[in-house]
Design a protein around this ligand. Structure first.
Ligand SMILES: *Cc1c(COP(=O)(O)O)cnc(C)c1O
Length: 223
């Protein structure tokens, strides 16, 4: 099936309130343009340099989501255009994003990445680290970021029960934060980013409203 056929099929399956991030990492501009021409506007990348090159080359109304791990010294390369950073996993990174957003006279939307998998290879905050950040005065003083929600990646396993538990854990944490932390300019939660090609149906069942889908749209990646 073509990119457009895949997109149409997936969009038909998604509930109205679920946002699709088309993960285009490693994929050429021609394929991204096919998706763009069929109406897709949100694309996800995991490498700063690759995303910035694509930003330069492709239509300017594309919303670029950084879904990968971000090194602090590279935030400056995306701060003028990035639409949402999913992988914020430390307060130091958040402060750097705030600084670079300020330099560009913008407010950058961010998700805090929570570690939910069993593997120790995935980045993210644990629950206590997350709450410590959100409750700190230093956090409340950041004027050029806005936390829109949480992001998580489940274990890479065929054990559906395990994956379900991880998604449910993140949904509960999201609900807890939403009810406990008052909405402000710095935090305004409406996004729970979880679910990829192999687990997005389950993620949506568990309350996700943003899915990041790559290979089911663009085909397998060859690195
Ligand atoms: C690559 C990637 C995805 C998409 O993965 P697929 O299995 O191709 O859908 C989603 N989220 C993150 C963080 C990724 O790095």
């Amino acid at each position: 099936m073509s990119v457009v056929e895949n997109l149409i099929k997936i969009k038909q399956e998604l509930p109205q309130d679920v946002t699709l991030v088309a993960v285009s990492k490693t994929k050429p501009n021609e394929l991204i343009l096919e998706a763009y021409q069929s109406g897709q506007r949100i694309f996800g990348e995991n490498k700063i340099q690759e995303m910035s090159q694509k930003y330069q080359d492709l239509p300017k109304d594309i919303q670029w989501h950084m879904i990968g791990h971000v090194q602090r010294n590279k935030v400056k390369y995306i701060a003028n255009y990035v639409s949402l950073i999913h992988g914020v996993d430390s307060f130091r990174l958040l402060k750097e994003i705030n600084k670079q957003a300020k330099a560009n006279n913008r407010v950058i939307s961010c998700l805090l990445q929570v570690f939910i998998a069993r593997e120790d290879t995935k980045f993210g905050l644990d629950k206590q680290e997350l709450l410590d950040i959100l409750n700190s005065q230093e956090f409340k003083d950041l004027k050029n970021i806005q936390i829109k929600g949480l992001m998580g990646m489940a274990s890479f396993t065929s054990d559906t029960n395990q994956v379900k538990k991880e998604f449910e854990f993140l949904k509960n944490l999201y609900d807890q934060v939403k009810s406990q932390i008052p909405t402000s300019d710095t935090i305004n939660l409406d996004t729970l980013s979880m679910g990829m090609s192999n687990d997005y149906h389950l993620a949506i069942e568990c309350g996700s409203n943003m899915v990041r889908i790559g290979s089911s749209i663009f085909g397998n990646r060859n690195y």
